[in-house]
Design a protein around this ligand. Structure first.
Ligand code: CTP
Length: 214
């Protein structure tokens, strides 16, 4: 099977030397990539900047901005059986990035931001992806409720939800504790390393995909 995975943060340029980004380490997406590769699936990893080594044998497309990531996904998604959106994509980008470095002349400084495209939310429409679609939901409250609504709004098969307000799990940590939400049920996976979770999630996603084909 061919699996597309987005991972890591995006960077939205303010000028040639500055950007807006977030705390995503990319670990969960890279762990999933490694887990699918171990199952001998083909993996296309589309990743924002991280410090993690690229898993051996993965096809790899490095990207910077949310727009770069959208364009890479748009090109590749319909050649894939499963698409998993792990990336922490910026929701807003700089309306007019400056071509030259901004000088600190002004006492106050306002940046105008505009919304980025929702890549996961575009997978079904307008991108016409008909494979198994998996999204992540980072929440700080009412995790299951918000994640369920994200699942239906973004037309995903599965949503993997985590509470990012907890110490030591989720964003920029080595461990995670997640809920896997499908149309049938919610499964809770207890706190464990992202490597371990990657293997369990890869099996659950592959089983779901197989059942969806039958
Ligand atoms: N996502 C995406 N493109 C975006 C924003 C998010 O593909 N521009 C994907 C993420 O990779 C993740 C899912 O959407 O799989 C949910 O991301 P999250 O940040 O939790 O949700 P948002 O859609 O940004 O909603 P909100 O921030 O309002 O909770």
């Amino acid at each position: 099977m061919k699996i597309l995975i987005t991972a890591g943060p995006t960077r939205e340029a303010i000028d040639p030397v500055r950007f807006i980004s977030n705390r995503s380490s990319g670990r969960m997406g890279y762990a999933l990539a490694a887990a699918f590769l171990r199952r001998e699936d083909q993996v296309l990893l589309i990743s924002g900047p991280t410090t993690i080594d690229i898993p051996d044998h993965a096809d790899f497309i490095p990207v910077e901005s949310a727009d770069d990531m959208y364009r890479a996904v748009e090109k590749a998604i319909n050649d894939c059986d499963i698409a998993i959106f792990c990336a922490a994509v910026a929701d807003y980008t700089i309306a007019q990035p400056e071509p030259q470095k901004i000088k600190k002349d002004a006492e106050t400084f306002t940046l105008q931001l505009t919304k980025t495209k929702d890549i996961l939310g575009s997978a079904r429409d307008p991108l016409n992806f008909s494979g198994t679609l998996v999204g992540f939901a980072a929440e700080t409250q009412d995790v299951e409720l918000y994640a369920k609504s994200k699942r239906s709004k973004k037309k995903c098969d599965l949503i993997i939800a985590n509470d990012v307000s907890r110490e030591g799990t989720g964003f920029d940590s080595t461990e995670n504790e997640v809920l896997i939400i499908s149309e049938f049920e919610t499964i809770k996976l207890p706190r464990q390393s992202k490597e371990n979770l990657g293997h369990i999630l890869a099996e659950i996603i592959a089983d779901y995909h197989r059942a969806r084909q039958e």
